[in-house]
Design a protein around this ligand. Structure first.
Ligand code: ADP
Length: 260
């Protein structure tokens, strides 16, 4: 028999643990980092980029553990390896050595195609420049991940996307094209899109980097709200003030974690 479905539009992370042991909603909201299997685990991750004969060691043995329900800011100088770490966690890129496990799933063992499908269903990704398709409306952009993973009927996909746009306060703008939206509104569409498959994990690469201070603070508050509702949030930022407001800060220097 099928298990009872979750509440349809719940933002709370799926409470079924990846690897044994029960978990309550309260525990998801108040992470106890060391007491259970992490949602994200990087072990001895190295990344070497080769350009012609030149080699560049972008990551030099990164160990990092992040529990479900955490909100983590990743900081460090430009070129220190922050985006590379995010790309390891989202499976956009692969480590040269070391292990990457997300939600009990070893990304090392997956093919490119498996990674793409896994990412579509399990990780919401937001970027500095929003990466919206310019010819599609806010609603059409927000539905894209569901089309990719083919989840639900067409009607259900649009209902879900519309609901997510409401969650981020854009119910009035569902039919607008990206060019008809402010930067903050475009990032809200991107956040709605990241929520499409109801992933446990939202990853942001400088999600406030292209926004003015007030809008950046609003975006941070929206991420905080999603975190309170159960999402694990990991984001790179140059903004030390915003980073300091996150419950946990991970500092990267020269491809290493120097503080976590
Ligand atoms: P950050 O996000 O901290 O600014 P990145 O993770 O983007 O840093 O990059 C870390 C280092 O790896 C940089 O020196 C960058 O030039 C290098 N790098 C990143 N991607 C590539 C690539 N595809 N090919 C070669 N070098 C790269």
């Amino acid at each position: 028999m099928l298990a009872a479905p979750k509440a349809r539009w719940s933002l709370v992370a799926d409470e079924t643990p990846a690897t044994g042991g029960g978990r309550t909603r309260t525990e998801v909201e108040r992470p106890q980092r060391q007491t259970r299997a992490p949602l994200i685990a990087l072990g001895g991750v190295e990344k070497v980029y080769r350009t012609g004969k030149l080699e560049y060691r972008a990551l030099r043995g990164v160990d990092l553990s992040i529990a479900a329900g955490e909100m983590v800011a990743v900081v460090g100088p430009s070129g220190s390896g922050k985006s590379t770490i995010l790309n390891m966690i989202t499976g956009i890129d692969r480590p040269t050595a070391g292990t990457v496990t997300v939600d009990g799933q070893s990304l090392n063992d997956m093919s490119e195609e498996e990674l793409a499908v896994w990412r579509g269903g399990n990780v919401g990704v937001i970027f500095q420049f929003f990466q919206l398709l310019p010819t599609l409306s806010a609603l059409e952009n927000a539905v894209l991940p569901l089309d990719f993973i083919r989840r639900g009927s067409k009607r259900e996909r649009f209902e879900r996307a519309r609901h997510n746009l409401e969650l981020v306060g854009l119910e009035e703008k569902v039919d607008n094209l990206p060019a008809e939206l402010s930067g903050g509104e475009q990032q809200r569409v991107a956040i709605a899109r990241s929520l499409a498959a109801d992933p446990r994990l939202i990853v942001g690469d400088e999600p406030t980097g292209n926004l003015d201070t007030v809008t950046a603070a609003e975006m941070f508050e929206l991420l905080e709200r999603l975190n309170r509702e159960g999402k694990t949030i990991l984001f790179v930022t140059h903004d030390r003030e915003l980073a300091a407001r996150a419950p946990r800060m991970v500092e990267i220097r020269d491809g290493r974690v120097v503080d976590s």
